[in-house]
Design a protein around this ligand. Sequence first.
Ligand code: NA7
Length: 581
Amino acid sequence: MEGEEKYTIGYLIKNIGTKKSHQIIKKGVIEMTHNAKQAHNGKLPNYDAIVIGAGFSGLYMLHRLREAGCSVQVYEAGSDVGGTWYWNRYPGARCDIESMYYNYTFSEELLGEWNWSSRYAAQPEILNYIHFVADKFDLRRNIQFNTRVTTASYDEKSNHWSIHTNNGLNVTAKYLITALGCLSAANKPNFDGIVRFKGEIYHTGDWPHEKVNFKGKRVGVIGTGSSGVQAIPVIAKEADQLTVFQRTPQYSTPAHNHSIDEKVIKETWTNYHELRKFMQASIHGIPDIPRDKSALEDEIGERQLNYEKAWNNGGLFTLMYCYNDIVANEAANETASEFIRSKIKEIVDNPDIAEKLMPSYHYATKRPIIDTDYFETYNRNNVSLVDLKTTPIKEVTPIGVRTTEAEHELDVIVFATGFDAITGPLFNMDIRGKDGVTLKDKWAGGADIKTYLGIAASGFPNLFMITGPESPSVLSNMIVSIEQHVEWIADCIDYLGKNKIEKIEAKVEAEASWKKHCMEVAQYTLLPKADSWYMGANIEGKPRGSLVYMGGVGQYRQICEDVAIKGYEGFSMEHIPEVSN
Ligand code: NA7
C-alpha cells in the first residue's frame, strides 16, 4: 500500500517537510531530468514517432516500432486500414503483382495463416488480408482513423515535429514518418463545366463503398491506364452503353488470372525464405529476372515464339523479361512493342478501332498493364472509343462530355485519370522543415527534387519517407520496397536510440550525389523518354523529372545497407547533450 500511496499528491501534502517527502520529490525531479535529456528544452513529445497513413507501409512501420518499444501513433484519413486498397474499390480492381508475392514476408507465421484464392487477387481479398494483419497484430489501437494530417512542422529548438490534423488535433513526436502511398492523390482533371454535369461522377481512386449501379446507364470512362483497363471490361458488361475516352493508347498483355490450388500455396510458403531473398535481390521485387540475351540476338521467328509464349503465360513482367534490353534499347523495345500491336490488330475486329488502340511510345516505359478481356471489349456493340488525341475534350456539359467533334450523352462519368504520383501526397500536406521551409519549396514544386536515398531530405531532420521520390517504389513490387524501407527506418531509429543520437539529417552533398546517381542510372533506360507518371508527365503543369530510382531493388537495397553499415554515411547526427543530475 505504502508503495502506491507514496506517489500520490495527498501523501506528499500529508508528509510535507518530512525526509520521506523530500526523497520522493527528489526522485521525481531526477526522473523528470532523465526523461528531459531526450528533449532539448525539457518538453517531451507526445510520441516517439508519428506515422501518417495506415496502408501496407504505415501498418508495418507501426508494428516494427511498437515491437522495438517506441510509442507510435498513426493517423489515417480513411475510416479503416488499407491505404490504396481502401480507396481503389472500382469494378475490376485487382493487383498486377502475383498474389503470392504481394504479401508481407517479414513473418512466417503470417504467411502460414493466409491463402490467396487466385493468381491476381481482387481488391476485396487484398483488403481482407490487410484487415487480417491489422487484427493479428492488434494494430488498430494505435491508429486514429478519419483524421487527415494537414500540417507537419519541425521545431528546431525542441527537435520535435508538430502535427496538426483536420479535426483540430495538435500533437508532437520526435520522428515523423510518411507512409502516404505513391498513388494516393487522385488526379481529377478540372474540365470546364464539370460542376454543371447532372449525372453521377466517380474517380477510380476514390470509389464509393457502396456498389455503383451501371445497369441501363450510359457510362463514360475517361482514362485508359491500369485502372481504366481493369474497369472497362467489367463496366461494359453491365452498362447500357460505354464510351471510352482515350488520351494515350496502352500496351496491355493478358493477365491469365486463375484460381490457385491450396497445395501450391503451401509449397510456396515452405520455400518462401529463399524466394524472399531472390525477390529482395531482383530488379522489380519478384522472384524472376530477365533472360540474359538481347532481343536483337534472336532471329525473328525465335523472338516471336518467345513473345508468344510470354503472351500465353501472362504476367506483368513476362514479356519484358524475354530479353534484357527491352527497356534499354530502342530497336529491341520496338520488337516487343510491335508484337503487342500485332496482337491488338488480331483481337479487335474493327480495323479503325484497332488502329486507335495502338500505342506508339516504347513498351514498358509507362507501367505495363495486364488485363482480362480489355481489347476484346471493343468488339462489343455497346462500347465505343473516342480518341482524345485527335478530338480532345472541350468541356463537360449538363448531359455529357463534349469533344471538339461531338457531344457524348452520359448518365455516369468515371474518371480513371490516375494520380498525382509520389510527390502529390507529400505536397498535399504542409510539411515544413528547418526555418519553416516547405518540402514543396525545397523541391521547387517538384522541378528540383532532392532526397537522400528517397528516404530523407536535408533541412528536414528526423523525417523519414517510406517509398519517397527517388526510391524504386512503383517500379517494383511495392510490398518488397515497403518492407525494405520500414526495416531500414526501424533499424536507423534503433541505432539512434542506442547511440544517444537525437537528431539525424541528410547532408546536402549526399543528396546531390544521390540525385546524380539516379540521373545516371535513368540514362541507361528508355524510361525518361515517356510521358509517364514516373516522370511526372501525366499532370498538366507538373514539372517533368524522374520520381523513381531506376537501378532496381537489389542494387538499391545494397546501397541502403552500405549506408547503414558505415554508420549512416551521408547523414549528419547530433548527440544528446549530457545533463548533470
Ligand atoms: P494512370 O496509369 O496514370 O492512367 C490514367 C489514365 O488517365 C491515362 O490513360 C491518362 O492518359 C488518362 N488521363 C489523365 N489525365 C487525363 C486528362 N486530363 N484527360 C484525359 N485523359 C487523362 O492511372 P491508373 O489509375 O490507371 O493506374 C495507376 C497505377 O495504379 C497503375 O499503374 C497500377 O500500378 C495501379 P495519359 O496516358 O497520361 O495520356
